[in-house]
Design a protein around this ligand. Structure first.
Ligand SMILES: Cc1cc2nc3c(=O)[nH]c(=O)nc-3n(C[C@H](O)[C@H](O)[C@H](O)COP(=O)(O)OP(=O)(O)OC[C@H]3O[C@@H](n4cnc5c(N)ncnc54)[C@H](O)[C@@H]3O)c2cc1C
Length: 248
């Protein structure tokens, strides 16, 4: 039946995602949930089929399609495996942040890997004192010449022990600067001084939330995303879109 909501191209993507969900995701869902990890081979299969980060730029391997198309795919994949749909969610949100606010070399290195299903970039925003009041986050980033030193803790990060890198929000301004003293950084998961632990969550186990501990983690100034102290106003712009994707 023709859809009055979606274009013919969106319907084609919807059908491809629905088929993948039905044939490749649904049958192994329970086993994967018990295994407590996203299957990397499945990620690569989705990447090869063009089901990851379709809204990211063609320059970096995406398709330059609309956010609606990304949402259509996430909704269909979620029917087969709620956990696996998180791969697309992280790809669209984190990929667009790196694409818009990262150095071109950083985007060229990471986004093609994300789109191919070879890498996941996670979000380090929430801290133990609470996630709603993100403007008052405390993890510190101190400038030392051409580097920053990150010290503090993030918690409740999805795929904490599985991600290959994180977009981390940290305080670069004085403690009382609120949203005006926050900057965003790209931190590779194997950075020295970064350790990760996993929660024993009640469900959603293949995604698995966890904590990130930063003990003087060195980050090159070139890995800052957006301007210093503009993490809130510039980099968090995509978050409203991601909340809609989570709802799907
Ligand atoms: C499945 C899942 C995945 C997640 N993935 C990530 C991730 O990848 N990265 C990441 O950084 N975070 C992640 N989070 C964390 C999420 O963003 C936080 O849970 C959220 O921001 C709320 O923070 P909190 O849990 O600390 O609750 P709190 O901020 O402590 O809030 C607790 C309760 O108090 C209420 N409340 C808070 N402030 C006020 C106020 N001023 N007035 C009235 N009521 C208030 C809230 O609505 C809530 O009901 C994830 C959470 C879940 C559940």
């Amino acid at each position: 039946m023709p859809s009055y909501l979606f274009t013919p191209d969106q319907q084609a993507m919807q059908e491809a995602a629905a088929r993948f969900a039905r044939e490749r995701l649904a049958p192994g869902y329970q086993k994967r949930e018990a295994g407590q990890a996203i299957d990397r081979d499945l990620m690569r299969e989705m990447g090869a089929l063009g089901l990851i980060g379709v809204d990211l730029s063609e320059r970096f391997g995406g398709m330059g399609l609309s956010s609606t198309t990304a949402g259509v795919i996430i909704e269909q994949l979620g029917y087969g495996d709620f956990n696996v749909a998180y791969v697309q969610l992280l790809a669209s949100l984190m990929g667009s942040i790196v694409e818009r606010h990262g150095a071109p070399e950083l985007a060229a290195k990471w986004i093609p890997r994300v789109v191919a299903g070879d890498a996941m970039i996670g979000l380090g925003l929430t801290e133990p004192r609470g996630g709603s009041d993100a403007a008052n986050l405390m993890l510190r980033a101190e400038r030392r010449g051409d580097r920053y030193l990150l010290t503090g803790e993030k918690t409740s990060a999805s795929c904490a022990t599985q991600c290959d890198a994180f977009v981390v929000f940290a305080r670069t301004g004085a403690p009382d600067t609120g949203a005006r003293g926050v900057s965003a950084f790209f931190v590779e998961a194997d950075a020295k001084g970064l350790t990760r632990t996993s929660f024993d969550d009640v469900g959603h186990k293949a995604v698995g939330r966890g904590s990130l501990f930063f003990d003087g983690v060195e980050v090159a100034a070139g890995a800052r995303l957006g301007d210093e102290n503009k993490g809130f106003s510039q980099v968090m712009q995509g978050f409203d879109f991601s909340r809609a994707l989570i709802g799907l």
